[in-house]
Design a protein around this ligand. Structure first.
Ligand code: DHE
Length: 497
């Protein structure tokens, strides 16, 4: 065999050049040149989402690399694969996952400057203008293309389809009359949309990394819980103007992030879980509220929680002890530990009457089981095995089944229907084999169940909730949650709070 001289190999380009390495400083310059105009100075976001490690935690570096290279379909995000080398894209990805040089801040002035009124509510009709039953509308978050669709829940036809802020998360919340719906995006944008007139009313950026929002049961206030900055932001529900921010600081002065905030209608209060300190807060909105938190000592840090049907007790995760804790909101005392193995997803838990007694069931994001608790004795009644860890659970007063997904693992195309009395899996559906099926919501009368297939070529599938026949399939791009206005404003049994 004839050997090719080494110099010739170099001339022919057959020997690869040593890979270029792009330093973080160089990547910072690339960011300013190519990204900053959309993603903002200091990566705080602009037309595009914030690109801070806190807001990128849901996206793996490989996915970020692919988005920079190929762009993001159905969005403003262009492809940079023809302008940037692989090494430059790698450098940018490393840069984006580095904490900002100066800690990001978001002041009251920033909030006020971001506030936009998009329609004059006073000039809009105060009755529904769409001809559908306003209490049986569905608000569907189409996560794959960052849109929201409004569906008529009687005919399953689309009434509106509009772009949302990037990455909405958590359930949208409704005004008590069901006219207004409030959305939160992971990077802090809060929007209010008028379902009577199918139009956006206002938006504001309440934080840099938001957990969720709650709406008071009198419809006056919106409370937003943030990781970054660690605070609560109180907004006027009419137009989202800033009322005040409340730093999430424990009695001993320790700063915390906010895990979640919910409204507790019979208590006329917001209940708040703090992530880094062992406190839950209750903020009354009765009368002329001052929003001073009532501090409740928790047995452990609270991540995720749910309420009992009367909103007296709070069922929360606990990283130690038995996995769960019960807090009595009346006495402000931790009552007991509850045995919840793995990582229960209590925020998705639901309750129903079994025989004459209330039971509570929660999916588990790390184990293939549903834990069912007796709400009188706090005892674990049953662990129902499933085909893998799940995320969401739903039922309806008129349905004999609790529907729960298998969100993780090879069987994530399955949805189990658990018989609410026998606590056994009665049916397993596989609506689109090989594609992740998750998150169900019922029509207001419980006759139909709407299920998502979380795939780019996914769908919203309408089932007859009794016969389990498929009634309609609406193609969608990763529809995530869907929310029935009536069920939500009634805080109906079987739905999320
Ligand atoms: Fe969620 C609700 C927390 C990851 C989709 N999620 C919630 C709520 C909390 C929460 C506290 C209740 C807020 C509310 O509705 O007001 N979620 C968390 C997490 O801590 C976790 C595990 C990690 C994180 O990144 O925050 C997490 N969540 C996800 C996802 O990866 C999901 C599947 C896709 C996504 O959109 O990011 C997801 N979460 C949802 C949805 C709801 C939700 C669709 C509303 C459920 C409902 O029916 O009300």
């Amino acid at each position: 065999m004839r050997l090719i001289p080494f110099a010739l190999l170099i001339l022919c380009g057959a020997v690869q050049a040593a890979p270029e390495v792009v330093s973080l400083d160089q990547a910072g310059v690339l960011y300013e040149q190519h990204c900053q105009s959309c993603h903002g100075v200091n990566r705080l976001g602009g037309a595009g989402p914030a690109l801070l490690p806190e807001s990128l935690s849901r996206i793996k570096p490989n996915e970020a690399r692919a988005v920079i290279h190929n762009g993001r379909p159905a969005s403003q995000m262009a492809a940079f694969g023809d302008r940037l080398s692989s090494a430059q894209i790698d450098g940018l990805v490393s840069y984006l996952y580095q904490p900002a040089a100066t800690a990001p801040t978001w002041s009251d002035d920033d909030i006020r400057a971001s506030h936009r009124i998009l329609a004059d509510v006073a000039a809009l009709p105060s009755t529904p203008q769409h001809g559908a039953d306003p209490l049986n509308l569905f608000v569907v978050v189409e996560a794959g293309n960052h849109h929201v669709r409004v569906l008529d829940g009687d005919r399953f036809e689309e009434l509106a389809n509009f772009p949302s802020h990037f990455a909405l998360h958590g359930g949208p919340k409704f005004s008590p009359d069901g006219r207004f719906v409030y959305f939160a995006s992971r990077d802090g944008w809060i929007s209010v949309y008028d379902l009577h007139n199918l139009t956006m009313i206002a938006e504001v950026r309440a934080g840099l990394n938001t957990r969720n929002l709650a709406v008071s049961n009198d419809g006056r206030w919106v409370l937003v819980g943030n990781y970054l900055p660690g605070n609560l932001v109180l907004l006027d529900a009419r137009d989202l103007s800033l009322v005040k921010h409340i730093p999430a600081v424990a009695a001993d002065g320790t700063q915390s992030r906010v895990s979640a905030v919910y409204t507790a209608p019979p208590r006329d209060s917001f209940v708040v879980a703090l992530k880094d300190v062992k406190e839950a807060w209750e903020l009354s909105y009765a009368g002329e509220p001052d929003f001073q938190p009532r501090r409740i000592e928790a047995a452990d840090f609270l991540d995720d929680f749910s309420f009992t049907p009367d909103y007296r007790y709070l069922l929360a995760t606990s990283r130690k002890a038995l996995g769960g804790q019960v807090i009595d909101l009346d006495t402000g005392k931790a009552v007991t530990d509850i045995p919840l193995p793995g990582m229960p997803h209590l925020g998705s838990g639901i309750y129903w009457k079994r025989g004459g007694d209330w039971v509570f069931a929660t999916p588990n994001v790390s184990k293939g089981l549903i834990s069912v608790l007796d709400l009188q004795s706090w005892k674990l009644i049953k662990e129902i095995p499933t085909e893998g860890p799940g995320f969401f659970m739903r039922s309806h007063l008129n349905s004999p089944y609790a529907w729960t997904d298998v969100f993780f693992g090879p069987n994530n195309d399955a949805v189990h229907l658990i018989d609410k009395q026998t606590l056994k899996v009665a049916h397993t559906l596989r609506p689109m084999p090989g594609k992740n099926a998750a998150h169900v919501e019922f029509t207001n009368d419980g006759r139909y169940a709407l299920l998502s297939v979380w795939d780019t070529d996914g769908a919203l599938i309408v089932y007859d909730a009794k016969t389990l026949e498929e009634v309609k399939r609406i193609p969608m791009n990763k529809p995530s949650g869907k929310y029935n206005v009536g069920n939500k404003i009634e805080f109906a049994e079987g739905t999320s709070h």
